[in-house]
Write a protein that binds this ligand. Structure first.
Ligand SMILES: [Fe+2]
Length: 187
């Protein structure tokens, strides 16, 4: 309702919003899914969508709008991407049978929903004022997306972090729980 009151999005922001809507739809589907097989299928699809989306934002959109949008908003977005990518890297190693699988995906979806809200309410409106050819930027994003969908997204730093951790099965968090750090001895 009252959609006509919303400011019109530039073509690059509209492209990001389409991705946001698709991924939120997958989060809703996961919440109502019953069978583990269906859940796993939704998770796999959401992970691919999120990886491609994050790569396009980080490679093309964020650098183009970083200065005018401001360090505070952009740094927060960077950190939200980092946390999301850690959870994505962990979920990538899972097959759905793990005890924390559902919880991990739900935490990822909460994190991403929050990130999307902030992008749409703060970053994208501010980015609208950037003096840039948004049509050309959107075209660049579309082409990159097509390529990433064809070739897949290369492993990121967070994948290496998860790989290097002691995490087996569920997550590094589980592994950390199994081996608590040594506490200093009482004198
Ligand atoms: Fe983002």
């Amino acid at each position: 309702m009252f959609d006509f009151l919303k400011p019109t999005l530039n073509p690059a922001a509209a492209l990001l919003k389409e991705d946001h809507d698709r991924v939120k739809e997958l989060f809703d589907q996961f919440e109502s899914a019953k069978s583990p097989a269906k859940k796993l299928k939704i998770v796999r699809q959401a992970l691919e969508e999120l990886k491609v989306h994050a790569a396009i934002e980080e490679e093309i959109f964020y650098p183009a709008v970083r200065k005018p949008v401001g360090k505070e908003i952009m740094n927060e977005a960077d950190e939200e991407h980092h946390v999301a990518k850690l959870l994505i890297a962990e979920l990538d190693t899972m097959d759905g049978s793990e005890s924390h699988f559902d919880a991990k995906f739900l935490v990822l979806s909460e994190n991403v929903r929050h990130h999307i809200d902030e992008e749409e309410s703060e970053m994208l409106p501010k980015a609208n004022k950037v003096k840039v050819d948004f049509e050309a930027l959107a075209e660049k994003m579309r082409q990159r997306k097509e390529r990433l969908l064809e070739e897949g997204v290369a492993p990121v730093g967070e994948d290496r972090m998860v790989e290097a951790s002691r995490g087996r099965g569920d997550s590094p968090a589980q592994a950390a729980k199994r081996k608590p750090p040594r506490l200093p001895r009482k004198e």
